[in-house]
Design a protein around this ligand. Structure first.
Ligand code: BV8
Length: 256
């Protein structure tokens, strides 16, 4: 599908000094990872994901929540980064100052080669204990679900930020400071409803940055964005990198 990108957007990105990108589940959709709201299809369709992704749900039924994350891990383990992920690696290499803030827990940005990045909501591949927060990379084989922490015996849980849990102060401070200091903020594949991530484009705008949105639908921030480009990030981003004239090393490398 031809991608129509306004010329003034291309000029803005080519001359940008400090760029912050916020990604959501839409960036991983073309890798076959269901968006958060789709992550309750099949046997999980009877549950509201926002009801499962909470400490209360885990305390009430640790087995159910652990198995939901095992199911989501199984969906992610064969997923590969798509052209949107690689285009963001090329942008990171080309721009003077760049920070990627992702709400995604699937690790695909890191896998594609992004390094100046913050995983605001954690990472589903990491496990910690529910009681003391010990990072746990190994536990004894057991039939017990969830398994237990080898240090304190508490139940294990995924190392992600649940609803009602605070984001790491350092990550949030870094993301907020970068949003306040950037001259261009790009929102990609997010419905922009989850706090505090959804505040970042508003902070950038308030501090004078221009805002670009790339999404397959209108969202809560479309009205405040300077450019709202409708379409798939896996199509738009590689085209945008080429239109700006930046090297497409990561995009081309992935194509081989
Ligand atoms: C906190 C990890 C305080 C778990 C997630 C103020 C007002 C209202 C509510 C609140 C508020 N402050 C706090 C809250 C509560 C809550 C919240 O925001 N609730 C929402 C529902 C209103 N926030 C919190 O609880 C946060 N914590 O504030 O703590 C605090 C402080 C100190 C001490 C204690 C407490 C924590 C929020 C983190 C929650 N964890 N993930 C897991 O994944 O299992 S969030 C989870 O949902 C995902 O990670 C994801 O980030 C989010 C869904 O958002 P999106 O990524 O945008 O995905 P979505 O499916 O919605 O949209 C996808 C978009 O992509 C769509 O627009 C679609 O059109 C588009 N798309 C699809 N395909 C493509 C595409 N676009 C481009 N190309 C494509 N191909």
């Amino acid at each position: 599908m031809p991608v129509d990108i306004p010329k003034d957007l291309i000029t803005e990105l080519a001359s940008a000094e400090r760029v912050v990108v916020l990604t959501g589940a839409g960036v991983s959709a073309e890798s076959g990872v269901p968006t958060f709201r789709e992550a309750h299809t099949g046997l999980w369709s009877q549950y509201d994901p926002r009801e499962l992704a909470t400490p209360q749900a885990f305390a009430r039924n640790p087995r159910l929540v652990w198995e939901w994350y095992e199911w989501r891990r199984s969906l992610i383990q064969n997923a590969k980064p798509n052209r949107a992920h690689y285009a963001l690696v090329d942008l990171e290499q080309a721009l003077p100052t760049f920070l990627l803030v992702t709400q995604n827990i699937d690790g695909l940005h890191w896998l594609a080669g992004s390094r100046d990045m913050i995983e605001l909501h954690g990472n589903i591949a990491r496990t910690k204990c529910f009681e003391e927060g010990h990072a746990v990379t190994w536990w004894a084989e057991t039939d017990e679900i969830p398994p237990r922490c080898p240090y304190c015996g508490g139940p294990l849980r995924p190392d992600v930020v649940w609803f009602g849990e605070g984001i790491s102060e350092q990550s949030l401070r870094t993301a907020t400071d970068a949003a306040a200091a950037c001259d261009l903020f790009v929102c990609i594949g997010t419905s922009a409803v989850v706090h505090p991530a959804s505040q970042l484009p508003l902070i950038a705008k308030r501090m004078g940055a221009r805002v670009i949105e790339i999404n397959t639908e209108q969202t809560a921030i479309s009205v405040m964005a300077d450019w709202s480009i409708l379409g798939k990030s896996g199509e738009i981003l590689p085209h945008l990198v080429r239109e700006v004239g930046f090297p497409t090393t990561a995009i081309d490398g992935a194509a081989q």
